[in-house]
Write a protein that binds this ligand. Structure first.
Ligand code: FAD
Ligand code: UDP
Length: 395
């Protein structure tokens, strides 16, 4: 095969590696993906009857405070000034999310000042007795006190993870800001926006380089394909962004993931919910949230008599499902360590991205990690300075 580097997976991680290696290092890169399209989970396409852009693998909002990433992504797309805001339905009433002074005052039917709200939450978090929280359950009580936790987090988290919150890592909840102001922006980052021509146009520009060849519907583990694990490893350097446990044939057991089911509907109304995302905090509604895609692009000329909504349901992933969220229990973390050791022993193969590192990575984090892999490992290797050995699946 005529390639200096094979990249398995055309998500943001794989395409960023491919683009940098082609453009900066002058390498010929073959990118394979088992799906029929590029872009990994960030892929989007117009719903055919309305033209409304639908994010096929769940709504994707771009945000970053990393200046290098922001400069890099702006080479391939313009961004709209979209700012993400979320609301949540609890007990038949709609509250702003993440929890902020507006949520707190509406919930307690009060007009607390920031300090009064802090004092109230501190009092309601007193059950921890100053102890450091040990799991998601305790972390949430520490952050917002028990009443707000039980209203907005406990049942939503149960639907999302179906795992006892005592067994979930605290980071899951630390992603959500808590604010004692009326600022209800979902993200804290410096830069935010949506790709003006859509995600797929952005991803296509990233892959559009004379030195990059993309082969779709090509599974790395299918030995009948021209580019497969058997034919490539040991012959050509590989950057692998598929699931790390699959690479090693699940030798240490499967890492656990959550998957999502999406129920899409085109409705004969111009506006279904008045906002892009409505969460459903209560256990009696089986889905976690509804996305209404037209609201991501108020600047576009979409039909005014139809809209596209998507209900999101979460469940444990079976082998044939798309892995979306690493569950990351104690047992998973132990397994991951053994896979990292195995990865270190796999000469000529680097593991990266969300699936290759078993880490929940936002897009900007996947892009930042790919840029670092090029700088710190691939560029020195192709300058002839060192062999290509993964520093572990984290590299
Ligand atoms: P992926 O996009 O998963 O790409 C991996 C690719 O590898 C896939 O295309 C897959 O088909 C391919 N592959 C796997 N195995 C093989 C194989 N054997 N052979 C060939 N190809 C293979 N990030 C944000 O910043 N903002 C958000 O709002 C946001 N929302 C999200 C919502 C959901 C539901 C999910 C799941 C993720 C979300 N993310 C979001 C994260 C974002 O999707 C990731 O950061 C990004 O996809 C990471 O890119 P990646 O290249 O590591 O992985
Ligand atoms: N979460 C919650 N209630 C909400 C929103 C989020 O309990 O209304 C919790 C839930 O455990 C979720 C985590 O916060 O998994 C992170 O939320 P985020 O919206 O960042 O998740 P994602 O968009 O990645 O699914």
């Amino acid at each position: 095969m005529n390639a200096d580097l094979v990249v398995v997976g055309s998500g943001f991680f794989g395409l960023t590696v491919a683009e940098r290696c082609a453009e900066e290092l002058g390498l010929d890169v073959v990118v394979i993906d088992r799906r029929h399209h590029i872009g990994g989970n960030a892929y989007s396409e117009p719903e055919p009857t309305t033209g409304i852009e639908v994010h096929r693998y769940g709504a994707h909002l771009f945000h970053t405070s990393n200046e290098r990433v922001w400069e890099y992504v702006n080479r391939f797309t313009d961004f709209t000034p979209y700012v993400h805001r979320v609301y949540t339905n609890h007990g038949g009433e709609v509250f702003p999310m993440p929890i902020n002074l507006g949520t707190i005052n509406q919930f307690f039917r009060a007009a607390h000042s920031p300090q009064q709200a802090r004092d109230l939450v501190a009092e309601q978090a007193a059950e921890l007795g100053g102890r450091e929280p040990a799991n998601l359950d305790e972390k949430a009580v520490q952050l917002i006190g028990r009443p707000l936790y039980e209203a907005f987090i406990r049942e939503y988290t149960a639907k999302q993870w179906q795992t006892d919150p005592k067994d979930l890592p605290m980071e899951v909840i630390s992603r959500l800001p808590v604010r004692y102001t009326y600022d209800n922006r979902y993200f804290n980052d410096t830069h935010e926006g949506l790709p003006a021509q859509g995600y797929t146009a952005w991803l296509e520009r990233l892959a559009d380089h004379p030195r990059i060849t993309v082969q779709l519907e090509t599974d790395f583990f299918d030995a009948s394909q021209p580019v497969s694990k058997g034919s490539v490893v040991g012959q050509v350097p590989v950057v692998y962004t598929g699931p790390v446990d699959r690479y090693f044939d699940y030798a240490e057991g499967a890492l656990t993931w959550r998957t999502l089911d999406f129920e899409e509907e085109v409705l004969p109304v111009g506006d279904f919910q008045g906002t892009p995302v409505m969460n459903y905090a209560d256990a009696d509604v089986p889905y976690t949230r509804i996305h209404e895609f037209r609201h991501f692009h108020p600047e576009r000329d979409y039909p005014t008599d139809r809209t596209v909504i998507m209900r999101e349901f979460s469940r444990f992933a079976q082998a044939s499902d798309e892995p979306y969220y690493p569950v990351n229990t104690e047992a998973d973390r132990a397994r991951l360590l053994t896979y990292r050791d195995a990865a270190r022993g796999e000469r000529g193969v680097l593991f990266g991205g969300r699936l290759g590192t078993y880490k929940y990575l936002d897009m900007h984090m996947a892009i930042a990690a790919a840029l670092s892999m090029v700088d710190n490992t691939l560029a020195p290797h192709f300058r002839g300075e060192r062999a290509l050995v993964s520093g572990g699946v984290d590299a």
